[in-house]
Design a protein around this ligand. Structure first.
Ligand code: ADP
Length: 515
């Protein structure tokens, strides 16, 4: 079981703990050395003292042997006094073999300081060493001697020693404090630096901070591992940030796509409804006309009305039939173009001539609205490879729209360029043969300029007007695409709209070669 560190250590900074450890170790070692030295000194001093006292008792025995043999107590006392005083002995006694005290000496001048029957050998009391041994002459015991000596020398030395130890403790404490305060820095400085770095990072949330490695020991390894960990956290943070923004971007894109898809679906649905309404209108109007005029014709035959009136009825029936046919043709054309089943007869031709022939076809409508048609011819003859029939269809559509959406008496300008055309919306100059039809009509709402080429689309400006299927421009777009060209619409600054298409002069289509 791990012993708990005393509570007082818990709150201490690591440098204090290290200092406390160094000092505790030093002082404990010093204490141990001091205790062992004291024990050794006491043991040695006592051994020396016993030895010394044994020698003294031997001397006393020798000097008083004659006095005992001649029973001269006075002489014995004199010898005892003289030696004891000189030898720092406190009490000395000489006994006869019978145990009777023969002579004694006492520094305290006691009456009789000698014990009655002391034990043989030596023993220490609190303040003195006592020794008792026989006096032998010629292998015969003639008496015995008892000596008592105080321990003041040993005790005095011990006291001095203790004072030295205390002084030494004080000096060692001061020295070890200074040394440990220097040494602890080797360990505590890198740890404090690591703690400061950790605090700076957690305070600021900035993981670009790094701890500085100061050594190659375990603390150096710790700093390296800490820095590596920070790098990993930073990389993970970055990856997380990227993943988050990427996810947000993808969600936004997805939402936008869905919204666009939803709008497209709603628009398609609306376009379909409008198409159905328009289609019914477009079909019903000529059908009505056909039925009504054929009724009038039948009634005229019964009532024998004049031929002129009959001719009028027939021509109205023919016009309505033609209109119906063109509607059905439009639908058929578009479905053929979309399924790629439309055949193109690509041939070299002059686009200016095509323009003039279409204008000729539309003369009646132009005159009916009293419109002025101006054709700007190109510098060079506009010769290109195209399908004559389909190109007529495109120009016819653009011109008939311009006529349809122009008020009476306005001007329509057809410009032909044999070099290039400029798409102002795409800010792009496109090389090739270009034809533009500019009118002074109602124009197209800016947001719907691109949409007019969608199938069944009619601009918000013209929807309410009767007629139109929204298929003409979609067919034009498909035909121009088949010619590898581009068609677009723009509004004129002075009012009205301009429709332009551009096609390459040469077609690389194999149908071209066949033609
Ligand atoms: P339609 O004319 O049969 O409706 P189109 O595809 O030819 O079909 O034209 C689509 C729509 O484009 C028209 O309904 C009209 O709203 C708009 N548009 C086409 N030409 C012009 C023009 N010259 N001026 C204004 N709007 C036009």
């Amino acid at each position: 079981m791990v012993k708990k560190i005393p509570d007082v250590f818990h709150g201490l900074p690591i440098k204090r703990k290290l200092m406390a450890m160094i000092m505790a170790t030093t002082l404990t070692a010093l204490l141990l050395v001091s205790v062992v030295s004291v024990i050794y000194y006491v043991a040695e001093a006592r051994r020396d003292m016993v030895h010394d006292l044994q020698m003294k008792s031997g001397i006393i025995g020798n000097r008083s042997a004659a006095a005992i043999l001649y029973d001269d107590r006075k002489l014995a006392k004199e010898k005892l006094n003289a030696f004891s005083e000189k030898s720092a002995i406190e009490i000395s006694c000489i006994y006869l073999p019978s145990g009777e005290i023969f002579a004694f000496f006492s520094v305290r001048r006691d009456e009789n300081p000698c014990p009655k029957a002391p034990e043989y050998g030596h023993f220490f009391s609190k303040n003195s060493l006592k020794l008792y041994q026989n006096i032998i002459v010629n292998n015969e015991r003639i008496g015995s001697v008892y000596i008592e000596s105080n321990l003041s020398e040993i005790n005095g030395n011990l006291l001095r020693y203790g004072l030295y130890v205390i002084l030494l403790f004080f000096i060692v404490t001061v020295i070890s404090y200074f040394i440990s305060s220097k040494l602890q820095k080797v360990i505590s400085d890198p740890i404090s630096h690591l703690v400061d770095t950790t605090k700076a990072i957690s305070g600021s949330g900035n993981y670009s901070f790094r701890a500085v490695k100061a050594s190659d020991d375990e603390l150096g390894v710790l700093v390296d591992a800490f820095n590596r960990m920070l790098t990993q956290i930073q990389e993970r943070d970055k990856a997380l940030h990227y993943a988050k923004s990427d996810l947000e971007k993808r969600v936004q894109e997805r939402t936008r796509d869905l919204e666009e898809a939803k709008e497209a679906a709603e628009f398609a649905n609306q376009a379909k409804s409008e198409f159905l309404a328009n289609m019914s209108h477009e079909l019903r109007t000529p059908m009505h006309a056909i039925l009504s005029f054929s009724n009038f014709g039948a009634e005229s035959i019964v009532s024998k009305t004049n031929e002129e009136e009959l001719l009028h009825y027939f021509s109205r029936i023919r016009d309505s039939g033609t209109r119906l046919l063109s509607l059905v043709n439009n639908l058929l054309d578009l479905s053929k173009l979309e399924s790629g089943k439309m055949d193109f007869a690509m041939k070299k031709g002059n686009l200016e001539k095509t323009v003039h022939s279409v204008i000729g076809e539309l003369q009646a409508l132009i005159r009916a609205k009293n419109l002025l048609i101006i054709v700007n011819p190109p510098a060079d003859p506009p010769i290109a490879t195209f399908d004559q029939l389909r190109m007529v269809q495109v120009i016819y559509n653009l011109l008939s729209n311009a006529i349809k959406f122009s008020p009476e008496g306005k001007k329509i300008t057809v410009s032909i360029d044999s070099a290039s055309a400029y798409d102002s919306a795409a800010k792009e100059k496109l090389p090739g043969l270009a034809v533009s039809v500019k009118d002074e009509g109602i124009g197209i709402p800016p947001g719907e300029l691109g949409k007019v080429f969608d199938k069944f689309f009619q601009s918000s400006k013209t929807k309410t007007g009767a007629g139109g299927t929204g298929l003409g421009l979609a067919i034009c777009m498909e035909i121009i695409k088949e010619h590898h060209g581009r068609i677009w619409a723009e509004n004129n600054q002075e009012g009205g709209a301009t429709f332009t298409f551009v096609i390459p002069k040469e077609q690389e289509d194999k149908k071209d070669a066949a033609a």
